[in-house]
Ligand binder design. Structure first.
Ligand SMILES: [Cu+2]
Length: 180
């Protein structure tokens, strides 16, 4: 009896296209894809960065980057620095809600990524803040973002600029940064 090997290969190919195709085993990642990948992903050692994107800036000089970092190592790690091709001015920020319900944001030294955990950079929480953007970014553009980790790893990824979806976070940002 002959097994239909092509069927298996087709299933695998399909699987890699689907986003929610289960967990990715770092040991089985294709070596060719180990460095920077297009489409907001990077996989370096025990660190995986996924779903990175930048909403098209409402204020052309100010942008944010959202993403998710997963640490599969047995030691805690942290994002301790960030840089981007979009602007020389990039930093780690956290939006917090005060007791009165007001939303403020402050710059943070590091963003913890616990062992075996995922930290999400998201509207209303941690984010990469990009200021003084010299050339306006539009939907369809991509910028390079490099995250520096406490462990010494650097993860470089290509971050697509996409249409902003829902929420009012960008308005808060623009407002906040006008106070500088
Ligand atoms: Cu910010």
């Amino acid at each position: 009896m002959r097994y239909p090997r092509r069927t298996t290969l087709t299933a695998l190919a399909l699987c890699s296209v689907l986003v929610a195709c289960g967990t990715t085993d770092p040991g089985e990642a294709e070596p060719a894809e180990a460095a920077a990948e297009p489409g907001g992903r990077a996989h370096v050692g025990d660190l995986m960065v996924e779903d990175a994107w930048m909403p098209e800036p409402a204020n052309p000089e100010v942008g944010v980057v959202y993403l998710a970092v997963t640490n599969t190592a047995s030691d805690d790690d942290a994002v301790v620095g960030v840089s981007t091709s979009a602007s020389p001015e990039a930093g780690l920020h956290r939006t917090e809600t005060t007791e009165s319900g007001a939303s403020t944001m402050r710059s943070v030294e590091e963003v913890p990524v616990p062992a075996g955990g995922t930290t999400t950079f998201i509207e209303g929480g941690y984010h990469v803040m990009v200021e003084d953007i010299p050339d306006p970014l539009r939907v369809g553009d991509a910028v390079t973002v490099t995250l520096d980790f406490a462990s010494g790893t650097d993860a470089e990824l290509e971050v697509p600029v996409r249409e902003m979806t829902g929420g009012s976070g960008q308005g808060e940002h623009s407002e906040e940064h006008d106070h500088h």
